[in-house]
Design a protein around this ligand. Structure first.
Ligand SMILES: [Zn+2]
Length: 218
């Protein structure tokens, strides 16, 4: 997967073009859920934390039978939430977007997979039922027609950006709990300078000229 720089991801998560949303009550969209079957449903157990003033998801470090101590966030009392990032092909514009959903929705996906195989061969209308900010908002799914399409007929499914879904070690999570700062996600000050990315950043100060030339070429 392509690495996404933190400052780019900042844009990514505020500019929601790659995440699916229905904003208003009764909004509808016709989509394909880009799964073959139930094996494609990938649920994540996550912790919600605030980093630099923004809510972020962090992967829980525990496997099914692990004790709470394995994951510093679990040990600190932060509750696990199951989330799924459902890959959708939007029929209106041919784009692929990820739809972040919770545990209840996983059950809906399982029910759909039990009825349609491959699931992506089914055009599904999604309707939002609930006003903006409404806690009880629900999404109704109406399979409207099927064909013989397979996953090969659709664009590739994007990965969830790794800076959106943070994968941290126990040591890093301990440090976060101690200091309130997540290692690797410190507030960036040089975000306007593309030349500081990748190898250029690691050049020794003995090469100021090369560095300047490089920057000008951008
Ligand atoms: Zn945990």
């Amino acid at each position: 997967m392509a690495r996404v720089r933190y400052d780019e991801v900042d844009q990514y998560t505020t500019n929601t073009t790659n995440f699916f949303q229905l904003k208003e009550d009764r909004d509808v969209a016709t989509v394909r859920i880009l799964y073959n079957n139930v094996d494609d449903i990938e649920a994540h157990s996550l912790h919600r934390v605030k980093i630099n003033g923004r809510d972020k998801w962090v992967e829980c470090l525990r496997q099914i039978n692990d004790s709470v101590e394995v994951c510093p966030l679990c040990a600190s009392g932060n509750k696990i939430q199951l989330r799924v990032f459902v890959p959708l092909y939007i029929e209106d514009d041919g784009s692929v977007k990820l739809w972040e959903r919770g545990k209840k929705f996983i059950d809906k996906l399982i029910s759909l997979c039990a009825r349609y195989n491959p699931l992506c061969s089914q055009s599904i209308e999604i309707e939002r039922n609930g006003a903006k900010g409404e806690q009880t908002t629900e999404y109704l799914l109406f399979p409207i027609k099927g064909d013989d399409k397979t996953l090969e007929d659709f664009p590739e499914v994007p990965e969830v950006p790794e800076t959106f879904l943070l994968n941290k070690t126990a040591e890093e999570l301990d440090e976060f709990l101690d200091t309130g700062k997540m290692p690797g996600l410190e507030e960036q000050s040089q975000r306007r300078n593309p030349a500081t990315d990748e190898g250029v950043k690691r050049r020794t100060p003995a090469e100021p000229k090369a560095r300047r030339n490089r920057r000008e070429s951008f």
